[in-house]
Design a protein around this ligand. Structure first.
Ligand code: HMG
Length: 438
């Protein structure tokens, strides 16, 4: 069958590329050459990247940009950002400068607890199960000691093991709901290893628990896995200033600006269609730093959006207020990130990104990421409620359009000069290029 293959994983990289070229790319040597052009000339470096994932055929570049001038809790940061979308880095940089002139960003860790669950089925008396889980608490800790001892030395470990009765939703379904402190690591491997051991302990101890009958002894574990929903691992980032201090060359009427801004945020708090786009703007900043620092952006995305819907309706992650003449804008974000483990000590660019951030602890990184999200959100909502988003976005997108049409250096200079005085749009750029090429 064309397009299907057994044993693909056993082929070497060249063979994999050749199979893809033959099957999907009409054996075009130019395409194969292009794939290989993206290999790193340093074979060791390439091997490192090849081994991050499976079936690697080449590298996929994303730009690493930096946003300077972030004043966070009185420390200056230049924030590394990995993102493909134009205007995000510029917007973050602009917001950073704006708030640096007004006291900078404040960031506070509200809590740092992570969660994992053992999902299991138990047919029997609930009280007996409760007593059993209580009785084996020391056994859970003893059995996981070899996994937790180093984490305990760093001040982390298992915080609590709670039995949760979910039988109202699914017959016979219970959970061990376990909370963890994982210090500077994101903790996924640590948590999952602890949970798998606890599942083994649960089943083994049940078999010899005197109060159980034969059926109750047969606890059936469905799965053991961390949760990426971390509503108790939250950081708050905020900015505030007297309303009149918002005045700038762009903000002529700070009262009107503040009122409109607060209205825009309020709309995102109550209207899910707007909230999703509003939060996408937040995630422009968040994901870019999460990626640059080698963290798991899928976990962060899933957790953040669950948090945005925690009361049953999807809402804005950020909030704004005007009180006693003060403008305040803040965000609470659940962020389970690490600065040790995972890619952090493997990917050369991640190492540099963390160095640039002055080797932050996990909680410092949470603060930096939340600030990047808030800054991004501020820039977008500021544009939306004043000039509209397209003016700045298209100004930054100009280079992409010029690249798409393979503009020469001479054309670029002329086009850029022209659009210093005119609003950029795709059609206006194409029209100008056509005129220049006549
Ligand atoms: P501007 O005022 O035209 O920029 O803003 P400027 O040329 O006057 O420069 C001012 C500062 O902006 C610079 O200071 C930089 O900090 C930054 P300087 O470095 O000169 O001291 N800046 C740049 N940084 C790096 N490279 C550049 C650059 N240009 C300016 N080339 C800007 C232009 C795009 C910043 C502004 O219009 C803006 O903030 N727009 C918002 C853009 C945005 O939010 N983009 C995200 C993508 S849109 C989206 O996905 C989300 C959205 O749907 C979310 C939502 O609905 O809420 C909008």
């Amino acid at each position: 069958m064309i397009g299907s293959i057994n044993g693909f994983s056993k082929l070497n990289k060249e063979e994999k590329i050749n199979w893809i070229a033959k099957t999907y790319l009409n054996n075009q040597t130019a395409v194969v050459d292009l794939i290989k052009q993206y290999w790193n000339a340093d074979e060791d470096l390439q091997k490192l990247h090849d081994e991050f994932i499976e079936n690697t055929i080449t590298n996929f570049y994303l730009p690493l940009g930096v946003a300077p001038n972030f004043l966070i809790n009185d420390t200056w940061y230049t924030i590394p950002m990995v993102i493909e979308e134009s205007s995000v880095v510029a917007a973050a940089s602009k917001a950073a400068k704006f708030w640096a002139d007004r006291g900078g960003f404040k960031a506070t860790i509200l809590n740092t607890e992570k969660i994992g669950q053992v999902h299991f089925m138990y047919k029997g008396d609930k009280q007996k199960l409760q007593a059993f889980v209580q009785a084996i608490q020391p056994v859970f800790l003893a059995d996981t000691f070899s996994i937790t001892q180093n984490m305990q030395k760093r001040g982390g470990g298992i915080l609590a093991v709670e039995l949760r009765d979910k039988t109202q939703e699914i017959a016979d379904y219970y959970q061990l709901h376990v909370t963890f402190e994982t210090k500077d690591s994101m903790g996924a491997n640590f948590i999952n290893s602890c949970l798998e051991q606890m599942a083994t302990t649960l089943k083994r101890e049940a078999l010899s628990y005197g109060a159980f009958d034969a059926q109750e002894r047969e606890i059936d574990v469905v799965m053991s896995i961390l949760s990426n929903f971390v509503p108790n691992c939250v950081v708050r980032a905020e900015v505030s200033c007297p309303i009149e201090a918002l005045a700038s060359s762009e903000i002529k009427d700070p009262v009107l600006f503040a009122e409109k801004f607060v209205q825009a945020v309020r709309i995102a708090e109550i209207e899910p269609f707007r909230a999703v786009t509003h939060n996408k703007g937040v995630m422009n900043g968040v994901d870019a730093v999460v990626l640059a620092t080698g963290n798991d952006f899928r976990a962060i995305e899933a957790g953040v959006h669950a948090y945005a819907a925690k009361d049953g309706q999807y809402r804005s992650l950020s909030h704004a207020s005007i009180e006693n003449g003060m403008f305040r804008f803040w965000i609470d974000l659940p962020l389970a990130v690490g600065t040790v483990g995972g890619l952090t000590s493997l990917h050369p660019m991640v190492k540099i990104a963390l160095q640039m951030l002055q080797k932050p602890s996990a909680t410092q990184l949470m603060q930096i990421i939340a600030v990047a999200g808030l800054a991004q959100n501020f820039a977008a909502v500021k544009s939306l409620t004043t000039t509209g988003i397209q003016q700045g976005h298209m100004k930054m997108h100009l280079m992409n359009i010029l690249n798409q049409f393979k503009a020469t250096d001479e054309e670029r200079i002329k086009v850029v000069a022209h659009f210093e005085q005119h609003v950029v749009s795709h059609s206006a750029v194409v029209e100008l290029l056509e005129t220049l090429r006549k």
